[in-house]
Design a protein around this ligand. Structure first.
Ligand code: 16G
Ligand code: MG
Length: 545
């Protein structure tokens, strides 16, 4: 390591002294103007990680659904996964080292992680459409270059596309070609073959309005559009030509405000969906004939997909095990429907894609979705091989089902939840089953629910267990929640410190919206009182937004 060169180049990406950031569930995320040194240092770290794993590592510059002024960065591990936990710690140490200590901290990491510095390194970089992203990704490249790593800058990419590229490169192209063309070809081929099996092909199933959050999803869906235009016509809204990124639009806005994004004109019963700012989340929705808004979130997406997969498995007579993975935010009705009606085992993990992804890897077929629309389906290698074999061996209807499953495997981005890929799977399933958006929505009725935020002096005073469904500290808080929950029917509530904002999140559901609101408010007050609330005590919910 040329420490002099590192010191010299680092001086061009000086850390504001005293600034402390943490590599959280979604990497580093804050105001773009505070991130230049972090980007440079993540370039350095990606080189070390690449040398250590002898694989290509990804660096994505994005702040997903955050406001346009923010930015962020995360590293992608060799098989497209999130960075390993021990390296998240290294990332935090390196980002927070004061300027003069940074080269030493870098050396320490390379010693601790037993990095062979002679090994070659290769890093791929992607970025979203934020105004700050181009310059920040240049700072990543500076870091990679100082440590003499090789790199490929993909420029504008969705987050899942970067995960895909990393996965392709580390499996010598077996998963697919590590280009945008390769990505579009792989997905569109699987989509076209799958939808060809449809009995229904009326026009009503073939068009979809997509709110692209004024982000990268618009550019990348445009690139995909001509590959799929025979089967599906997509109308892109909030495509970045006018509005601001994530402002009054995108999956996060629609999910948390439970209303349509700005710029979306919806006719009754028209199928619409929203991506988030880096296109790794998707939610669907429609207006009914009375003008009421219906949200179809990640839970209902998981239900549609797993019931389809179960039917295909039944058809081919193969007993591969399916598991559905959710978080505490999953609507109670979805969990009940999956377990009691569909008889699929459901598991709950902590919030954050990496936890769900990890759990889903335990099954032959692991379906995971957060209620907010992050998710995908993972097929074990053994399941994939078996299905491909059956698609050759079986006959007639069974063979057709096995072939469809084969297409489904190719259509899901196995490296990460991907709004474009999920959208194509959903559209294919709706077409194949001849389902309208209302019929899909009617699978079960969501329990009314409410999410609130509480400001406290130090959110880390709240610790949780049982996949965040129970509070451990501060003492007395869980008992208080239990007492409140008992007062309502079909009720449930939990609280957890946010991993991305300096607040505590409160979730409650109950038999009516009024009761869900009232329970959420009562729990917020308990948090405020027992966990060191600051400012005004939480007000009763009339309309929290
Ligand atoms: C991050 C996570 C997301 C999670 C959210 C929770 C990834 C890629 N993203 O955005 O999965 O739902 O954080 O945020 O893991 P919160 O901790 O503020 O509630
Ligand atoms: Mg996102």
């Amino acid at each position: 390591m040329d420490l002099d060169a590192i010191t010299k180049y680092s001086a061009l990406h000086v850390k504001p002294s005293g600034l402390v950031l943490q590599y959280g569930t979604a990497g580093f995320r804050t105001k773009a103007e505070h991130l230049d040194h972090v980007m440079f240092r993540m370039g350095l770290l990606a080189v070390l990680r690449s040398k250590q794993t002898k694989s290509t590592i990804g660096v994505m510059v994005t702040a997903s659904h955050n406001p346009e002024e923010d930015n962020g960065v995360k590293l992608v591990d060799p098989l497209g996964e999130m960075l390993a936990p021990s390296w998240e710690e290294h990332a935090t140490c390196l980002a927070n080292a004061e300027e003069q200590d940074m080269p030493r901290v870098l050396m320490d990491i390379s010693v601790k992680a037993a990095v062979n510095l002679q090994q070659d390194a290769f890093v791929v970089i992607g970025r979203d459409t934020r105004p700050s992203s181009e310059k920040l990704s240049q700072s990543v490249i500076d870091g990679v270059t100082v440590l003499e790593g090789q790199f490929h800058d993909y420029g504008l990419l969705t987050t899942p596309q970067l995960h895909y590229m990393v996965y392709c490169r580390n499996t010598s192209g077996q998963y697919g070609k590590a280009t945008i063309e390769g990505y579009c070809q792989k997905l569109s081929k699987a989509f076209t073959e799958l939808t060809k099996q449809a009995f229904y092909s009326g026009d009503e199933y073939r068009s979809l309005k997509v709110d692209c959050a004024n982000g990268i999803g618009a550019l990348k869906l445009r690139e995909m559009e001509h590959y799929i235009s025979q089967e599906l016509s997509v109308q892109l809204l909030n495509d970045g030509t006018k509005g601001k990124l994530n402002h009054l639009c995108g999956a996060d806005f629609v999910k948390s405000h439970q209303k349509p994004p700005q710029g979306m004109e919806m006719k009754p019963n028209e199928r619409c969906c929203s991506f988030d700012g880096d296109a790794d989340r998707i939610v669907y929705y429609y207006l009914d004939v009375d003008g009421h808004f219906h949200l179809i979130d990640g839970d209902k997406i998981a239900t549609l997909i797993s019931s389809f997969l179960k039917e295909l498995l039944l058809e081919i007579g193969e007993s591969l095990n399916i598991g559905v993975v959710q978080t505490a935010y999953a609507n109670g009705s979805s969990t009940r429907y999956l377990e009691e009606v569909m008889k699929v085992p459901v598991y709950c993990t902590k919030t954050g894609v990496k936890h769900l992804h990890h759990k889903a890897q335990e099954f032959d077929i692991g379906v995971y979705f957060e209620a907010n629309g992050h998710g995908t389906v993972l097929f074990s290698k053994a399941a994939e091989i078996r299905i491909k074999q059956l698609a050759k061996e079986l006959e007639d209807k069974k063979r057709k089902a096995a072939k469809m499953l084969e297409n489904v495997i190719d259509l899901f981005n196995q490296a990460a939840g991907d709004a474009i890929s999920d959208m194509l799977v959903i559209e294919a399933i709706l077409t194949l089953k001849g389902l309208t958006v209302q019929q899909w929505d009617a699978l079960y009725m969501d329990l009314p629910n409410r999410q609130l935020k509480v400001k406290v002096a130090d959110r880390q005073v709240i610790s949780t267990t049982d996949a965040e469904r129970q509070v451990v500290t501060p003492p007395g808080l869980q008992e208080a929640i239990n007492d409140l929950v008992k007062k309502y029917k079909l009720s449930r509530a939990f609280v957890r410190p946010s991993g991305t904002e300096d607040i505590v999140r409160v979730y409650a559901e109950a038999d009516s919206q009024e009761n869900a609101d009232s329970l959420a408010h009562a729990v917020s007050l308990a948090v405020f009182q027992l966990a060191g609330g600051v400012g005004e005590p939480p007000q009763a919910v009339s309309c929290p937004y």
